[in-house]
Write a protein that binds this ligand. Structure first.
Ligand SMILES: [Zn+2]
Length: 160
């Protein structure tokens, strides 16, 4: 399952969410503020959100024209990473079983997420990025020279 968007978090369509936002403002006798400046979406623990200028987190959905801050009454346009990058972010985070580790900061490179996945032991390091092992000299005591050791010495089955 991909990173949760507002639709999954709020379990509402955009139309329903916009109606609830309007009703919430009406109940509190507050005016809706439509911001022209967008907020950037990021991933916080498996959820696409943005942080309103009032400090509240707002649920974001790429299919929605705005994200709504119920605290201060602002409707925000949201900027998203481009579709390819967004897909790569989600693919990298989907490998992580722990929700607490499913986060991505705005401007964080996808390569950084991939490196974190290697550190978390979720994927193997790409071959070209593995450290090159120093060759050891046969018979220097650090390696077993298999050409001169009989199978019985290794504790394996000895035939005959
Ligand atoms: Zn707000």
């Amino acid at each position: 399952m991909l990173i949760k968007t507002a639709q999954q978090m709020l379990e509402r369509t955009h139309e329903e969410a916009a109606k609830m936002f309007a009703a919430s403002l009406a109940r509190r006798r507050r005016k809706r503020i439509d911001s022209k400046a967008p907020l950037p979406a990021f991933v916080d623990q498996d959820r696409w959100i943005a942080i309103c200028t009032c400090g509240a987190g707002v649920a974001c959905d790429p299919a929605w024209p705005a994200a709504y801050c119920y605290d201060c009454g602002t409707a925000w346009p949201i900027t998203w990473p481009d579709e390819k990058v967004k897909g790569d972010i989600e693919a990298a985070l989907e490998l992580r079983p722990a929700v607490a580790t499913k986060s991505w900061c705005v401007d964080q490179a996808v390569a950084t997420l991939a490196a974190e996945n290697v550190k978390l032991g979720l994927v193997e390091a790409p071959v070209e990025k593995r450290p090159i092992e120093e060759p050891t000299t046969p018979g220097d005591g650090t390696t077993l020279d298999v050409t001169t050791v009989e199978l019985g010495a290794l504790g394996g089955p000895v035939e005959g």
